[in-house]
Ligand binder design. Structure first.
Ligand SMILES: [Zn+2]
Length: 342
């Protein structure tokens, strides 16, 4: 059992052949080149297994999984306007979900405080029976569902800082209070969901938290939402596991969106999330989502790992200076479910 932080990977990520497409194998190569040059930043590398089909079926109906398998075996093609598969994509998708599930096992084993599951295709747009937005299976949702069903957890928190709304994760956990899903994303932008008024439904009302930001949102905006909304939500919810849908397309160099984050912003968000997780004595696992500017992606993942590998003292109550007005709007809205935020 590794005691260092863990990096989960599988070579099948390189055989999900989408070129020409921004979600391309070179994303993984760029990240691994950067990390390799830096000694993997002390992370122990683990090869991901394919996901157990029963575990996958807990989120995705077997008929849908088989339809993806058939599409790939038949040589691939476009599943929707921007989601393409090749012969190798099914195997890649099984390992992308399997990596996230293996990560949960390692994190809950007690010896691994933090981990990063870095595969393609990404997952947070995938609905139970519909591929979309470059995503086939919702890797983080499969992992969270596994943590609840197979590992007996009662509360899992998912923070999604990909610049696009994680509509798949949002909808999969819309009706449950077992998963607190918090997404910071640019609006307007694909896929057009994730308005602030979408707070979940039924027993899950208040357990879906959407924090849309305007184009141009920078480190200060994202970090103030993390420090003043995400962190206090975590303290109130008291999750037993923290998962992050770690997309890097909010970076200022990214071609697919118009936010202005830097590597420092990703590092700061990671420190805050690691900090509150340490104070709750729970592990943190990141799952790679988007990020299409190769150099920015590689450097931002490295910045995340640097922040992820060190224990962080519990964050002090942050000062009110420089707080985005989005914070007070969000806290006012969330106060009805989360009194500590009112
Ligand atoms: Zn994205």
């Amino acid at each position: 059992m590794p005691s260092a932080p863990v990096w989960l990977q599988h070579p099948s990520s390189l055989r999900h052949d989408t070129v020409p497409h921004p979600e391309q194998p070179a994303r993984i190569s760029a990240i691994e080149r950067e990390l390799s040059a830096r000694g993997w930043l002390g992370f122990e590398r683990v090869t991901s297994p394919a996901v157990d089909r029963e575990v996958l079926d807990a989120v995705h109906p077997a008929a849908y999984v088989e339809s993806i398998e058939r599409a790939c075996l038949n040589g691939g093609g476009f599943l929707d306007a921007d989601t393409v598969v090749s012969e190798g994509s099914f195997d890649a998708a099984l390992h992308a979900a399997g990596g996230a599930v293996r990560m949960v096992d390692l994190l809950l084993g007690g010896d691994v405080p933090s981990a990063f599951s870095a595969h393609r295709p990404p997952g947070h747009h995938a609905l139970p029976a519909r591929a979309m937005g470059f995503c086939l299976f919702n890797n983080i949702a499969v992992a969270a569902r596994y943590a609840l069903d197979a590992r007996g957890l009662e509360r899992v928190m998912i923070v999604d800082w990909d610049v696009h709304h994680g509509n798949g994760t949002n909808d999969i956990f819309r009706d449950t209070s077992e998963v607190l899903f918090v997404s910071i994303h640019q609006s307007p932008l694909y896929p057009g969901t994730g308005g602030a008024s979408d707070a979940g439904s039924g027993e899950g009302l208040g357990f879906t938290v959407n924090l849309p930001v305007r184009p141009g949102a920078d480190d200060a905006v994202f970090c103030s939402l993390v420090d003043h909304v995400v962190v206090p939500l975590a303290r109130s919810f008291e999750p037993q596991l923290m998962l992050v849908s770690a997309g890097y397309d909010a970076h200022r160099d990214d071609p697919l969106a118009a936010c202005e984050l830097t590597e420092d912003g990703f590092a700061a968000m990671t420190r805050s999330i690691r900090g509150v997780s340490d104070s709750l004595e729970i592990p943190v696992g990141c799952v790679l989502e988007g990020g299409y500017a190769l150099d920015a992606l590689a450097k931002s993942v490295a910045a995340t790992l640097e922040a992820l590998r060190e224990p962080v003292p519990a964050p002090a109550a942050p000062a009110g200076d420089g707080v985005s007005p989005l914070v007070s709007q969000a806290r006012e809205r969330l106060g009805q479910w989360w009194p500590a935020l009112a």
